[in-house]
Design a protein around this ligand. Structure first.
Ligand code: NAD
Ligand code: TYD
Length: 339
């Protein structure tokens, strides 16, 4: 089958493409990505010459461009990763989040219903549920937890989820939604907590911990998320939401200290900075539904995954150093400008 994967030059989308090339080499993958600051085409270099892979530089809000691509490729499935994804940026400037995350989702689904009711999967986030208190470790997000957002980012993702459910109810579009907890692993953009702390540690720069570092996130190795999406796309029940997470809650400060220890640095690098506005306290997923219905379980334990991730950043310094220097943004022009 042919899958259109949006946002495939970003963190999770690229990992998904690599996973799919291995798991289903017979499938054709068309990656559609606008290459915003978060998209890095050099990440996709290993699959660029694969005859079953095509990259198209396109904005998911570009209706004419998206429709033309559907006409040409006749996709069987769309997996929508494309999004503005950084909470701090959404607090600075919400506009582009509404544009890409909500209107872009609508554009992709309009194309799906115009070209034969194409199967559509929305990659969402546990952040649509808001947060949980720190002193109630017995509480978890289930698929029934009401949507209750905190940041412009999570609100835009929640808006998209509601639209996806509306397109199912109104137009009978065959949709599924996954809501995953925080991912970590290779190709994670170094503005997010784990890669930022690794890069700063390696450069002996201060490690900016928001507030007291007591906020809790539920971390999942990115490949486990990719496997869950693959399962949902192939076997998930149409119209359903699936939570994805591996019961791996960690306080930010403990993650930072672990990275410092693994890299043999000193805790004096830690710098407590002003807290994020509206900072969500705790995320924690109950993954019972995807386990019971689809047999999904995370395979990578955090203590192994974080070591693999740190090693990846040590082995691939050029990848993140080019991001920090801004050099990666010239890559597309350099490699594909005349192609
Ligand atoms: P990312 O920021 O690393 O990558 C986003 C990608 O989307 C980039 O390649 C970017 O160029 C592309 N993009 C942005 N706007 C676009 C547009 N208008 N048209 C086409 N492409 C565009 O994000 P990520 O961390 O890989 O997240 C991917 C998806 O997973 C997002 O939808 C996010 O909400 C969701 N998610 C992320 C996490 C996480 O921990 N990172 C957890 C749960 C869900
Ligand atoms: P982040 O990686 O931005 O993911 P999200 O906000 O979507 O969960 O942040 C993870 C946690 O780390 C969050 O509680 C904010 C905190 N944080 C810091 O303390 N310092 C930082 O420099 C960053 C980027 C995040």
């Amino acid at each position: 089958m042919t899958l259109i994967v949006t946002g495939g030059a970003g963190f999770i989308g690229s990992n998904f493409i690599f996973y799919m090339r291995k798991a289903h080499p017979e499938d054709r993958i068309v990656c559609l990505d606008k290459l915003t600051y978060a998209g890095n085409l050099s990440t996709l270099a290993p699959v660029m010459d694969d005859p079953n892979f095509r990259f198209v530089k396109l904005d998911i809000c570009d209706r004419a461009g998206v429709f033309a691509l559907f006409e040409e490729e006749k996709p069987d499935v769309v997996v929508n990763f494309a999004a503005e994804s950084h909470v701090d940026r959404s607090i600075e400037d919400p506009g582009i989040f509404l544009q890409t995350n909500i209107l872009g989702t609508a554009t992709m689904m309009d194309a799906c219903r115009t070209f034969g009711n194409v199967r559509y999967h929305q990659v969402s986030t546990d952040e649509v549920y808001g947060d949980l208190p720190l002193d109630r470790p017995d509480l978890f997000f289930t698929e029934e937890t009401p949507i209750h957002t905190s940041s412009p980012y999570s609100s835009s993702k929640a808006g998209a989820d509601l639209l996806v459910q509306a397109y199912h109810r109104t137009y009978d579009l065959p949709i599924t939604i996954s809501r995953c907890s925080n991912n970590y692993g290779p190709y994670h953009f170094p503005e997010k907590l784990i890669p930022l702390m690794i890069a700063n540690c390696l450069n002996n720069k201060p490690l900016p911990v928001y507030g007291e570092g007591l906020n809790v996130r539920d971390w999942l190795y990115v490949e486990d998320h990719c496997k869950a999406i693959d399962l949902i796309v192939r076997k998930g029940r149409i119209g359903e939401v699936y939570n994805v997470g591996g019961h791996n809650e960690m306080r930010n400060i403990d993650i930072v200290k672990l990275i410092i220890k693994e890299l043999g640095k000193d805790e004096s690098l830690i710098t407590y900075v002003t807290d994020r506005k509206g900072h969500d306290l705790r995320y924690a997923i109950d993954p019972t539904k995807i386990h019971n219905e689809l047999g999904w379980l995370p395979e990578t334990k955090f203590q192994d995954g974080i070591k693999k991730t740190i090693q990846w950043y040590l082995d691939n310094k050029a990848w993140w150093e080019e991001i920090i220097s801004g050099e990666y943004q010239n890559y597309y022009e350099k490699m594909y400008g005349n192609r």
